[in-house]
Ligand binder design. Structure first.
Ligand code: 8X3
Length: 247
């Protein structure tokens, strides 16, 4: 079983890093892909995997990732993504919107396209796209991100239709509020106070391990079982904007 290969993008932190650890524990050789080489090299050394520097929005780097991953890939976790800004549409920043579409949608397409032959070659491949509840509901200030994550969802659905005659499953894990070191910090351009306020008073937001656990479960079902969508939220969150806080 030791030759099963999993590729995880955005593996340098948060859900991606946690997923790489979980998949390694399940016996996969994990190819940890991200832009920050130092982090993925440390991670790969810890889990007996491999580190490949890759910005998923750069086609050349994605081609190099596919080359490094090799001729057989059993699992692809398209996790690289993110939110930039929380401004209302009336104050939208075109660069931030483009960047969100680029990483959450175009990057996912580039990596999927590049690794598809290796996933098919495995005979029982599985693609797990990390979506979001933002790909299902709107919330004020979220339009750039919700539009991109709706894109992630629809690309996932389209790919499932297109690959119905291939030995590759196409799944989406869509988390709600997950407290990671970086998601909200990145969204607010490094403003720790704003980032902390997102989770203020919430009894137990999800953590990266919770989502990694779900991704790993989806990725390790029998080859005929396709988990189309798995939405995962903390108990205290009923909807993106309906969160129970004790302040
Ligand atoms: C993250 C969930 O609610 O911040 O994907 O959009 S939310």
């Amino acid at each position: 079983m030791s030759n099963r290969v999993a590729v995880v993008t955005g593996a340098s932190s948060g859900i991606g890093e946690a997923t790489a650890r979980h998949l390694a524990r399940e016996g996969f050789e994990v190819v940890c892909a991200a832009r920050r080489t130092d982090r993925i090299e440390t991670l790969a050394a810890e889990i007996g995997g491999r580190a490949v520097a890759c910005d998923v929005t750069d086609a050349d780097q994605v081609a190099a990732l596919a080359e490094a991953a090799g001729p057989r890939v059993d699992v692809l976790v398209n996790n690289a993504g993110g939110a930039f800004g929380l401004e209302p549409v009336a104050e939208g920043d075109a660069e931030q919107w483009r960047a969100m579409y680029d990483v959450n949608v175009v990057g996912l397409m580039l990596v999927t396209k590049a690794l598809l032959p290796a996933l098919i070659a495995s005979g029982a491949g599985v693609i797990v796209n990390v979506g979001s509840i933002a790909g299902r509901r709107a919330y004020e200030g979220g339009a750039g991100y919700t539009a991109a994550k709706h894109g992630t969802k629809v690309v996932t659905e389209t790919l499932r239709l297109e690959l119905v005659d291939q030995p590759v499953r196409v799944c989406e894990v869509a988390p709600g509020m997950v407290r990671t070191d970086e998601f909200s910090l990145v969204r607010f351009g490094g403003d720790q106070e704003k980032a902390d306020a997102v989770y203020a008073g919430v009894d137990a937001p999800l953590v990266a391990d919770d989502v990694a656990d779900a991704i790993t479960w989806v990725a390790t079902r029998p080859a005929h079982v396709n988990i189309d969508e798995l939405v995962i939220k903390p108990r205290a969150q009923a909807a993106p904007h309906k969160v129970h806080r004790v302040l």
